[in-house]
Design a protein around this ligand. Structure first.
Ligand code: FAD
Ligand code: SF4
Length: 508
């Protein structure tokens, strides 16, 4: 039976069972499309990375002697829309069966359902064979429970997949070593040794520019830093395990103005495009830990495993459990505009300036910069979650809605009212000062709450607690913050609120 198999841009899994066995009557189809470049304004490096990775993947298929149709963005036959392209190919190639892998995004899932209804031939869906859970596993796990505590899901995953387990007990007698992972970084340790990947993406950039696709951020097309093949992704992962994993846990929450990646792995694009699998990432890291060559402590390996086996699978489960309602959640009723400086980094707040500039330069910020600098500021200024989300969905190399949305709308903006986070991730300047080296070069004084030099995070923090008190008063994890708020004198509170208002961009 003549079969058409669709591969989406984030389904680049060479290990998929599709690539075993006979392919005689099979044609694969991959396409760069305007529907994908235009659903939000993406960082230029993100568009390049996907197109480069897709094209390389199509060459890998072709080199196996398998037929593949690859549409570039400017190909005449390309109808720029998934449904139209597939209908057209089915008719021109007299296709008798259509097969696809389950998409990770709701919008594509809907589109493929629609397509199936329109096609007169048989259709069949397959698993992507990438994740360690299926779409429903988290929902089933939490069925009948009051809250979706990540920690209990993570322990379930550790036991189920026998990761860092000593029979029935967690390795080292503890499930979580987060308490040891809160060190501030300084360069006395020497600079973290970063993997240097510099590929040439000039022609892909030219193609994108010629098509007039709107984008944000910068790129150096002769020195592209992101891996777009399986080989380079594996090299990056190995480099991480050898040189960076030994300090990963210690400095997981640390921030520095001059160190973009610190000890983070940078494998999120490789994982999210499925060039490598979560199991491979975990197994490779555990192997390095067991071999003991790089002397990796238990807190480092556990911290890394928790991100992938815990948070990543958890976020996927929350997404599929909560869509489509999730994308409209705004439980804190925030309505302000995202400040303009999110698009150009032009702010005198040093932490925000550096975190946003890095994001524009590299399509990357690590987790704590996303959560406690940009996310914290957006929440404290009571920005509408739709605007926060479209920024996060566009700017990061790894931003795909299934993982971006629960992280942004849920964990960072508390717009789901506490499904993902047990309390809003907000802080004044003192947390930023404790975990980073931003404040020493900032024009603002991190110790002041009021006055023209006072750190804006301070007044915004207390103002947030005043303004959102009604909505958060029943959250027992907030009670200490409200107790401290009650100790501030009325006169100072008025001044705090006056100052905070200066940093909020009221919706026009
Ligand atoms: P490392 O710190 O080295 O961690 C290793 C891996 O663990 C990551 O590659 C990632 O796959 C996984 N991981 C870590 N934290 C999380 C998490 N909270 N959720 C899911 N996976 C996690 N991650 C994305 O992949 N895509 C996104 O669009 C995205 N948006 C985010 C938005 C906000 C507001 C926040 C707070 C976090 C977001 N994250 C997102 C999670 C996290 O910040 C990134 O996965 C991480 O920074 C990627 O860099 P890395 O590969 O160096 O990660
Ligand atoms: Fe950021 Fe405030 Fe520190 Fe400046 S003083 S870097 S604004 S936290």
């Amino acid at each position: 039976m003549k079969t058409l198999r669709l591969l989406l841009g984030d389904q680049l899994n060479q290990k998929h069972s599709w690539f075993r066995g006979s392919q005689e009557n099979t044609i694969y189809f991959m396409a760069e499309m305007r529907q994908e470049t235009d659903y939000t304004v993406h960082h230029i490096q993100k568009i390049i990375a996907f197109f480069e990775a897709m094209e390389k993947f199509s060459e890998w298929i072709r080199n196996k002697g398998i037929k593949v149709i690859y549409y570039r963005l400017n190909d005449k036959k390309n109808k720029q829309n998934l449904i139209k392209n597939i209908e057209d190919i089915v008719s021109r190639h007299k296709i008798e069966k259509f097969e696809y892998q389950l998409p990770d995004e709701y919008r594509l899932d809907q589109q493929l359902q629609q397509l199936k209804g329109k096609l007169s031939i048989e259709s069949q869906a397959y698993d992507t064979e990438h994740f360690l859970t299926d779409r429903e596993e988290l929902c089933d796990f939490f069925h009948g429970k009051n809250s979706l505590l990540m920690e209990s899901f993570y322990r379930h995953m550790r036991k189920k997949h026998k990761v860092l387990m000593n029979n029935e007990k967690p390795e080292g007698g503890k499930w979580n070593f987060d308490q040891s992972n809160r060190k501030k970084w300084n360069d006395k340790l020497g600079k973290p040794k970063q993997y240097q990947l510099k590929s040439n993406v000039t022609s892909t950039l030219a193609r994108i520019k010629k098509s007039g696709v709107k984008s944000i951020g910068k790129v150096d097309p002769e020195n592209f830093i992101w891996p777009t093949s399986r080989e380079d992704s594996i090299k990056l992962l190995r480099h991480f395990c050898q040189y960076l994993l030994p300090h990963f846990g210690d400095f997981q929450d640390a921030m520095d103005p001059n160190e973009v990646f610190l000890y983070h792995s940078r494998i999120s694009f490789s994982l999210n495009s499925k060039l490598i699998s979560p199991k491979e990432a975990i197994d490779t890291a555990i192997k390095s830990w067991k071999e003991g060559k790089a002397s990796i402590g238990l807190n480092q390996i556990e911290g890394f495993v928790r991100q992938i086996l815990g948070w990543r699978e958890y976020m996927r489960g929350v997404y599929w459990m909560s869509m489509p309602d999730y994308e409209n959640q705004n439980k804190l009723k925030n309505s302000n505009d995202l400040p303009d400086f999110f698009w150009n980094a032009e702010t005198s707040m040093n932490c925000l300036h550096k975190a946003i500039q890095n994001s524009l330069d590299n399509a990357y910020a690590h987790h704590i910069q996303r959560l406690m600098i940009t996310g914290n500021f957006a929440l404290l200024t009571q920005t509408h979650p739709d605007q926060v989300e479209s920024w996060y969905l566009g700017i990061y190399i790894d931003a795909i809605q299934w993982v971006e949305m629960p992280n942004t709308r849920g964990m960072s903006q508390f717009a789901d009212g506490g499904l993902v986070a047990t309390k809003p991730y907000i802080s004044s300047g003192s947390y930023i000062n404790k975990m980073s080296n931003y404040c020493r070069d900032c024009i603002y004084d991190v110790k002041q709450r009021t006055g023209e030099n006072a750190c804006p995070f301070n007044s915004l923090y207390w103002n947030f607690l005043i303004e959102k008190r009604k909505l958060l008063k029943d959250n027992h994890r907030m009670s200490m913050m409200f107790n401290l708020l009650d100790k501030i004198e009325r006169k100072e509170l008025v001044e705090i609120q006056r100052r905070a208002k200066k940093f909020m961009t009221k919706k026009q």
